[in-house]
Design a protein around this ligand. Structure first.
Ligand code: AKG
Ligand code: FE2
Length: 188
């Protein structure tokens, strides 16, 4: 069994000036929905803002269908093309996460929903504040972390979702915003 997670961070996939522009675009122009949901008669608050964009034929029950499926925006399409050319791999969906400050976070999970198939390759782009990305092995006590830097591309190979959980915890050090895009291939 692999003991080191199969992840790789490519620093500077986007240069700082372009990364800043992308961050500002998402903070100022992107159409963010409410992060308060009602589900099974209960109200809850997602500790970040999110949108989900996919090709027209894609069905995916991410978060119990709490997110509507939106069309690709021109910026998301341009980023997708750059990622696809770099990795020689195609992606048909992206989850956009906005961590408005250090309070916003995502809890322990693996992106291993059946819709992503048995061998999910997921790549994650980060813009804005640096945040710590933590992982822990599903069966052993092994843990680790990487700091996701502005403009970086994190490649999560399939075994990472099989063997490890990951999260971006709250932090008291960070007050600036961060945008994260995770590109996925939903198996139809
Ligand atoms: O914000 C991040 O770096 C991770 C986001 C994440 O795990 C997800 O969208 O599934
Ligand atoms: Fe994830």
């Amino acid at each position: 069994m692999a003991t080191k997670p199969d992840i790789e961070q490519i620093a500077g996939f986007y240069q700082p000036a372009e990364s800043d522009q992308i961050l500002r675009y998402f903070q100022q122009e992107h159409d963010w929905p409410e992060n308060r949901y009602r589900y099974s008669g209960r109200q809850f608050v997602l500790p970040r803002l999110q949108t989900w964009h996919a090709d027209a034929n894609i069905r995916y029950s991410y978060s119990n269908n709490l997110l509507e499926t939106r069309a690709w925006t021109p910026l998301l399409l341009a980023i997708r093309t750059k990622v696809e050319l770099f990795l020689a791999n195609s992606f048909n969906a992206v989850l956009v996460n906005y961590y408005r400050d250090g309070e916003d976070h995502v809890g322990w999970h693996a992106d291993d929903e059946p819709e992503l198939g048995k061998q999910p390759l997921i790549v994650s782009l980060s813009f804005g504040a640096e945040r710590r990305f933590e992982f822990k092995h599903k069966l052993s006590s092994k843990t680790g972390s990487v700091v996701l830097s502005q403009g970086s591309l994190l490649i999560m190979r399939p075994s990472f979702q099989h063997l490890w959980l990951h999260r971006v915890p709250k932090t008291h050090d960070v007050c600036a915003g961060r945008i994260n895009l995770t590109f996925r291939q939903v198996v139809i």
